[in-house]
Ligand binder design. Structure first.
Ligand code: GLN
Length: 466
């Protein structure tokens, strides 16, 4: 699909549509939707912004490319004055006091936020069922999960309720729901986009990124959000990616793939055969394809979850009903903390907080936490070696198709294992893009740090040959 952003921009400028009409139409769709993708609507503010865009156009003033473009925001981003619930009981009444840098940049460019989107509570999950707003339903088949944790964002884009949405990806939460709903979703290089104002889950892998229906829209939104930020010391500077620089021509690219992902037991027959067929098509198109060795899914998942649980246990310790969160009074202060936290966190979040505190505690941390840190270093070294030999790594997004709603909740361990192909790239802090092609849940294109341009260019090439 071509750029929706450009198409709408042209329609606005040519006065074929009004911004108010556009925003109202999308708000109505969001309101009526049966997919549970909405936590709260930003209706009044959105219509107010839209009328200002219309006034500008009617005055003959120029508008920027993103001006008047309606978008969605996963409900883990601070947007001043809006409810920012993380889909949790703990924060269901919390209103942001400030706005996240990434979102502010989009607002400054004139994009119009319509909705805070449903997700797994605090990003904990792979299905968007772990939420107080009801399980998000898959856009293609509503009996299946939308994927997670940015499920609401993926569904809103897939159903055209928003033109693009901003998700958050810690271990796959943009890429996996993008794959489950047949759209594009980018996890940029760690630090390319500021995390300031994104609720912290696993601070060492949390990334801000766009979900959209075209490569071009991903590029446009990525460029606007990127950049160093004094409010996030882990941010890095990056170059703007030009449209012409990502035009399809990837003949000289060498593609790697991890054989053990494809030979493992977890992969479904259809994803495996579709992936292998994709490799054949690449070879037929003259692309060099190279088999690579990598860590097994079990190692990746256990390393990721050990670190993710440790970091989230630490990050969420501030939610005690005193500093933040829905306070429930107990008999004394300690009791108040205990009741507040046990009543307001979901089962899944509690599992992670308990697990995280366990792996960090004396007697366990050497054996578990420090070992995971060492493994993470080895994973990064392995990537460094790989990207001396290949330009991109191609992999499936998930080992299987989306499960039925309800199934993941019964088996958290199976849910963790379904992240086998996404979490490794998070640990490596690499840029990686889901494209809606190649297998039923898409393909992931990954490159070395800061090589988003290579990825987008290769995605354009893949679009033409698959
Ligand atoms: N499914 C993974 C987890 O639950 C990733 C979630 C995410 O990226 N926020 O940790």
């Amino acid at each position: 699909m071509d750029s929706q952003i450009k198409k709408i921009h042209e329609q606005l400028v040519a006065k074929e549509i009004t911004c108010t009409g556009l925003v109202q139409e999308r708000l109505n769709l969001l309101k009526e939707n049966k997919y549970n993708s909405v936590n709260s609507l930003l209706e009044e503010h959105a219509l107010d912004l839209a009328s200002k865009v219309d006034a500008k156009i009617n005055n003959g003033e120029e508008i920027g490319l993103l001006e008047g473009i309606p978008f969605g925001i996963k409900d883990v981003y601070m947007v001043q004055g809006t409810y920012t619930t993380a889909s949790s009981d703990m924060l269901k009444k919390y209103k942001s006091a400030y706005t996240a840098t990434a979102i502010q940049k989009l607002l400054d460019a004139g994009a119009i936020p319509l909705v805070k989107e449903n997700c797994d509570s605090f990003g904990h999950g792979s299905s968007s069922e772990n939420t107080i707003f009801g399980a998000v339903k898959n856009a293609v088949n509503p009996e299946l999960v939308a994927g997670g944790s940015s499920g609401g964002s993926a569904v809103n884009v897939a159903k055209d309720y928003t033109v693009f949405s901003i998700g958050g990806d810690t271990g796959g939460s943009i890429r996996q729901p993008a794959g489950y709903n047949n759209i594009y979703g980018l996890k940029p290089t760690y630090g390319r986009i500021s995390r300031f104002g994104l609720m912290a889950y696993t601070s060492s892998t949390d990334c801000v990124g766009p979900l959209a229906k075209s490569i071009e829209d991903i590029r446009i939104v990525l460029n606007v959000m990127s950049g160093k930020d004094v409010k996030d010391q882990t941010t890095i500077s990056s170059e703007e990616i030009d449209e012409t620089a990502i035009a399809a021509d990837s003949k000289k690219v060498t593609v790697g793939y991890f054989n053990n992902f494809i030979e493992g037991e977890a992969i479904s027959d259809s994803i495996k055969s579709d992936f292998l067929q994709t490799l054949e098509k690449l070879k037929a198109a003259g692309i060099k394809v190279k088999e690579l060795d990598f860590f097994g899914g079990d190692t990746l998942v256990s390393t990721y979850y050990t670190l993710a649980m440790a970091e989230t246990a630490s990050n969420l310790s501030r939610l005690d009903g005193t500093n933040y969160g829905n306070r429930i009074e107990g008999e004394n202060l300690i009791d108040t903390y205990a009741v507040t936290r046990s009543e307001n966190f979901s089962e899944e979040s509690k599992r992670r907080i308990v697990g995280g505190n366990q792996v960090l505690s004396q007697g366990f941390s050497d054996e578990i936490y420090l070992k995971s840190l060492a493994l993470r270093d080895q994973i990064s070294e392995s990537f460094e070696k790989d990207f001396k030999e290949v330009d991109v790594v191609l992999s499936p997004v998930t080992p299987a198709n989306p499960p039925k709603i309800g199934d993941s909740l019964k088996d958290p361990h199976a849910m963790y294992l379904s992240d086998a192909y996404t979490v490794g790239f998070s640990l490596g802090q690499l840029p990686t893009l889901t494209v809606p092609q190649g297998t039923a849940t898409g393909l992931q294109i990954t490159a070395a740090k800061n090589k988003e341009q290579t990825i987008l260019k290769f995605a354009n090439f893949l679009k033409d040959i698959l």
